[in-house]
Design a protein around this ligand. Structure first.
Ligand code: FRU
Length: 502
């Protein structure tokens, strides 16, 4: 197929060509954000798994580099993480010029002394700031006994109170997270297991775990630990998705708190996203200050191989900061676009409608509020309406578009992509995603629209919906609507971003 430039994202990272899945080892080093990722350097389909590499100074403009670690006759290079070894605990760098250390999963091939398909954790290091990588002489550094074909996705973090590194990795099909500790990133000692726990279904895999601490409601005296995982399949929106646990970590064991009773409705659990397309979420390491910064793969294993883009297949979510806030009576992860994005929006002229009243009608907004890349801030008050919302990436006649709908009777927010453009590439491309909200007669949301995606943030960022869409070129209208009565758009600020991100 020809190049589908109408879907080439402007705000989101996508490789120039070929297949990409999980972010790997996102890390901030000497003023540069490095993003590695699961990449096939030979085709637009999953295979030959390697670590692609891109860098950015603002998380919006990315430069693609040569593949950092490449699949070869011995192994495929699966997901993992990177840390900056500032104190030179590994001895692989110096304190003046710290090594970057990657822990990743090797999937061994025949003739390597491992049974083909065995997964174990390997170490590589870079002394030139992430551009070239050397394999460590002891390989792998961590195996499971007996050997496993489902032991992967090491994520490493510095545990300051104990002054050691902690690794989480999964036995994906158990599903169990294994915790290890190390003084030098090379020798790992088993600490404990976490899981299965929470919403688990037969055949569900856990992948890409990460463990991190956050102050609750900004209060460092009330710090909690979060275990974030990818679950696949049977996630809240079908297929693969992001879940998390909030609890405590004493240096050995992670203990989840506030778990709903077994057998609860899936909506009772903590989900990092209620849309279909945020998976394998990781934290950037190496950031000295500020809230943790996350990035995920904007796709779903249910249909990732079928998405209609070319010559690339796969893109990342927008980087978002994470915080922990009490929302609806329990601590929840809250996401927000990072400051570079906010600054970008502020630099563009916006079009504001104040006190726009609609009476059971739909209104195509004027040209100043059109575009295929948009930032939308929205606050709607029901004045008798049963439902109200906006359609983005809409055709002028409204027959095509992605609907973001607030239902004031049932207190739900939904994203309907059933008429968003191309949808027939997979029977698993789920049409509608719905999330329960609070019982207010008002709703506010922040919507980020790109050429092939919509990200919706609501309820203080505790509700995120990330969804891919493949609209026809030219479907760039925004339509505001109310159904079954009147609604007042108290705030509707639309900032077209398509004029470039310079
Ligand atoms: C998650 C995942 C990881 C694995 C990688 C392989 O999407 O399945 O568990 O390391 O992708 O590409």
């Amino acid at each position: 197929p020809g190049e589908t430039s109408q879907w080439r994202p402007m705000l989101h990272y996508a490789p120039r060509q070929y297949w990409m899945n999980d972010p790997n080892g996102p890390v901030f080093y000497k003023g540069v954000y490095h993003l590695f990722y699961q990449y096939n350097p030979m085709a637009a389909e999953w295979g030959n798994m390697s670590w692609g590499h891109a860098t950015s100074t603002d998380l919006l403009h990315w430069q693609e580099h040569k593949v950092a670690m490449i699949s070869n006759a011995e192994r495929d290079v699966f997901s993992g993480s990177v840390v900056v070894d500032r104190d030179n605990t590994s001895g692989l760098g110096t304190v003046e010029n710290p090594a970057m250390v990657a822990l990743y999963t090797s999937v061994f091939k025949a003739g390597t002394g491992h049974e083909p398909g065995v997964q174990a954790q390997s170490l590589a290091y870079s002394r030139d700031g992430g551009y070239t990588w050397q394999a460590y002489k002891k390989d792998p550094v961590l195996t499971l006994a007996p050997a496993s074909k489902n032991f992967r996705d090491p994520s490493v973090t510095w545990y300051a109170p104990g002054k050691y590194w902690v690794m989480t990795a999964v036995v994906a099909d158990a599903p169990v997270i294994k915790l290890y500790k190390s003084d030098n990133l090379i020798d790992w000692t088993f600490l404990s297991d976490f899981g299965p726990a929470g919403f688990v279904r037969p055949g569900m895999l856990w992948e890409m775990p990460s463990l991190f601490a956050l102050p609750l409601d900004g209060d460092t005296a009330r710090q909690k630990w979060v275990m974030m995982i990818g679950v696949n399949p049977s996630s809240i929106a079908g297929g693969s998705g992001t879940a998390y646990f909030v609890g405590s970590f004493d240096g050995t064991t992670f203990q989840a708190e506030n778990l709903p009773p077994a057998g609860s409705d899936p909506s009772a659990y903590n989900w990092g996203d209620h849309g279909a397309d945020r998976y394998a979420v990781m934290l950037f390491s190496g950031r000295p200050t500020g809230a943790p910064l996350t990035i995920g793969w904007m796709n779903n294993w249910d249909y990732a191989t079928a998405v209609p883009t070319a010559p690339w297949k796969g893109q990342m979510t927008l980087p978002m900061t994470a915080s922990l806030k009490t929302v609806s009576g329990r601590p929840q992860l809250c996401f927000a676009p990072d400051a570079h994005y906010t600054a970008l929006v502020a630099k563009h002229p916006s079009h504001s409608f104040s006190a726009l009243k609609l009476d059971a009608e739909q209104r195509v907004l004027p040209d100043a509020a059109r575009g295929d890349v948009l930032d939308i801030q929205l606050e709607i008050q029901a004045k008798g309406a049963k439902k109200a919302g906006v359609v983005v990436r809409a055709s002028a006649d409204g027959t095509t578009g992605t609907r973001i709908v607030y239902d004031f009777e049932h207190h739900t927010l939904s994203l309907d992509r059933s008429r968003s453009g191309k949808t027939d590439f997979s029977p698993h491309f789920s049409p509608v995603h719905i999330v329960n909200m609070s019982a207010d007669q008002a709703m506010s949301a922040h919507i980020i629209v790109d050429r092939s995606s919509v990200e919706v943030l609501a309820l203080d960022g505790s509700v995120v919906m990330t969804d891919l869409i493949f609209p026809p070129a030219g479907a760039d209208h925004v339509i505001a609507f109310a159904e079954g009565g009147s609604a007042e758009f108290k705030q509707l600020r639309i900032t077209p971003l398509s004029d470039g991100i310079a």
